[in-house]
Design a protein around this ligand. Structure first.
Ligand code: ASP
Length: 591
């Protein structure tokens, strides 16, 4: 046996024991006639000690150990004279009789400490060294625990984990496909799945009425924000269910995760709000409800007082920021510049300050007297000491800008506590979105999402206005302002599915060529079904209280979609190109 114990295991009760440990040398230091070595493995750190006077030869060997050497040591556990209560093994040390170097290490390019001195780029290139650090180890442990709990819960609910293929034909989730050329089928390509959507529906047709899979998905998107070209979903589907059954089942899963991973009991049902309300009150389809500061519409109230900007605006709305009346003129001006940034997109901002003495001060005092300002304050339920911020313009765009401003004020006022969790369901999304540029409808979720039964007439209408009003039987799971899951009740009728492709502008031949297999499957007794998928990486990051998903993935890609450790993607040699009947048109890059 290489080791009798791990480096995280020994305690005071083990004093006197002869032990063998193996691990990495975190650091060595000399003090008096002693050499101390911190030995690290996945489980912790144990202090080793060599006494020069007792064993000069061993002391010399200890002196030769460098950082990250892999060693096997033998010795006796002893109580430490100066204890370290920050680590579980801090009461003991191992007094060594032998050291065997199992493998030397070159000097690592950065320190393997909780706060490493290495920058992002160098740590990514040496990811296997970065993964030796505690924060990343904790992140991967959390991920493992989450996956384990998901499997436990779903298994107990009779879900079967079934694998689906990676080399497939395009499944539309609204992104570009990654493609793989086929050597055996010259000139033809597989697409990597953006999700197993069509397969899980076919499994429902096949009668496997509760499916799940913790599965990799691939989307060739521009990597804005915190996305990865390959990411993991908890993908699920159920037959003979209505929306409520799905929401309840997966609310149960989320609660089990909160309880078993974070030790938190979430009481009661998660709030459910409609997409329309989410937009009206939070200016976002993924509202952060850890704090209030809801949006109030003021359109009717403030129009008609001679202030041209408001009089011409189709929508006027505001938020009331509690206790922010002491914001100085300079701070308000800075905020006004902030809302004009392209990411927010407002043209300007009006403020109403509700002074502590009950009077008001606003940037539009010329047009609105004290009574009118008081009416605005009443409409917004503002109290003395609050600051009202108002934006105007086209409805959706302005609501979104107010939503962004609301989040910014939440951040500035420290209202978004990462230790607090506020989950909710957003339901009743529009089925379709019209795109002016391409003059066609797009599926807001994906083309397999069912319209609400009560909107079926409108769905078969030829009028654009009717189609715009069709509601989808779709839902998103939102946690602290982040969309973590999304799903829908599906279409299970061949006629309705055909109509969907028609609405989305596919010719009959096109729809047949791309999705004939699923339309056809629906002719053989497809049960009513629906499902959901959770972004697993993001779920883990939220549970870990982190913004970025990268630490929760063992080997992630960078913002350019590159694996800088492997240096992928990379060219392939001419033989491979020829075998695949490929010719490159990429510009030659001079090295
Ligand atoms: N396939 C969908 C997605 O990846 C989720 C679902 O509808 O189940 O977003």
């Amino acid at each position: 046996m290489y080791r009798s114990h791990t480096c995280g295991e020994l305690r005071l009760a083990d004093a006197g024991r002869e032990v063998t440990l193996a691990g990495w040398v975190q650091r060595t230091r000399k003090m008096g006639g002693m050499t101390f070595i911190d030995l690290r493995d996945r489980y912790g750190i144990t202090q080793l000690v060599v006494d020069e006077s007792a064993s000069p030869a061993l002391n010399e060997e200890a002196g030769k150990l460098g950082r990250e050497y892999v060693v096997q040591v033998k010795g006796q556990v002893a109580e430490r004279s100066s204890k370290n209560n920050r680590i579980p093994t801090g009461e003991i040390e191992v007094q060594l009789h032998s050291i065997q170097v199992l493998n030397a290490s070159v000097v690592p390019p950065f320190t393997i400490e909780d706060d490493s001195d290495g920058g992002e780029e160098i740590r990514s290139r040496f990811r296997y060294l970065d993964l030796r650090r505690n924060p990343l180890k904790k992140a991967l442990e959390l991920r493992h625990k989450m996956a384990h709990e998901v499997r436990n819960y779903l298994d107990a609910q009779h879900f079967m984990e079934i694998e689906t293929p990676y080399l497939i034909k395009s499944t539309p989730e609204g992104a570009r496909d990654f493609v793989v050329p086929s050597r055996m089928n010259p000139g033809q390509f597989y697409a990597l799945p953006q999700s197993p959507q069509t397969f899980k529906q076919l499994l429902m047709v096949a009668g496997y009425d509760r499916y799940f899979q913790i599965v990799r998905c691939f989307r060739d998107e521009d990597l804005r924000a915190d996305r990865q070209p390959e990411f993991t979903q908890i993908d699920c589907e159920m037959s003979f269910v209505e929306r409520e059954d799905i929401l309840n089942t997966f609310e149960g899963m989320c609660k089990a995760l909160f309880k078993n991973v974070l030790g938190r009991e979430l009481e009661g049902q998660f709030p459910r709000i409609s997409y329309a309300d989410a937009m009206n009150y939070y200016g976002s389809d993924k509202p952060d409800i850890r704090f209030g500061m809801k949006i109030s519409e003021l359109t009717d109230l403030v129009k008609g007082h001679g202030f041209g900007v408001f009089d011409d605006a189709p929508y006027i709305g505001g938020i009331c920021v509690s206790g922010a009346a002491e914001y100085t003129r300079k701070q308000v001006d800075e905020l006004t510049e902030w809302v004009k940034r392209p990411q927010v997109g407002a043209k300007g901002m009006v403020y109403v300050r509700c002074n502590a003495d009950g009077s008001f001060k606003s940037s539009v005092d010329k047009f609105y007297g004290p009574e009118q300002l008081a009416a605005i304050a009443t409409a917004m339920q503002a109290q003395p000491g609050d600051l009202i911020l108002i934006l105007c313009g086209p409805r959706k765009k302005t609501q979104e800008a107010l939503g962004t401003l609301r989040i910014e004020m939440g951040n500035r006022l420290g209202l978004r506590n990462p230790e607090e969790y506020a989950p909710l369901w957003v339901c009743d999304f529009p089925l379709l979105e019209w795109d002016d540029e391409t003059q066609r409808f797009y599926a807001m979720h994906h083309p397999f999402t069912a319209p609400k039964p009560e909107d079926m007439d409108k769905f078969f209408s030829d009028k654009k206005e009717d189609l715009e009003q069709v509601c989808a039987n779709a839902y998103d799971f939102v946690l602290n302002g982040t969309e973590v899951g999304g799903g829908s009740i599906r279409i299970h009728d061949a006629q309705v599915q055909k109509r969907m492709f028609e609405v989305l502008g596919f010719s009959e031949a096109d729809a047949e060529e791309r999705f004939g297999f699923i339309i056809n499957a629906f002719r053989y007794g497809a049960p009513p079904h629906g499902g959901i998928a959770f972004g697993f990486d993001r779920f883990c990051a939220l549970f870990g209280g982190q913004e970025t998903i990268r630490d929760y993935i063992a080997f992630p890609k960078n913002n350019q979609g590159r694996d800088v450790m492997l240096d992928a993607p990379a060219g392939i040699d001419q033989v491979q190109m020829d075998e695949l009947f490929l010719e490159s048109k990429a510009p030659v890059v001079e090295q």
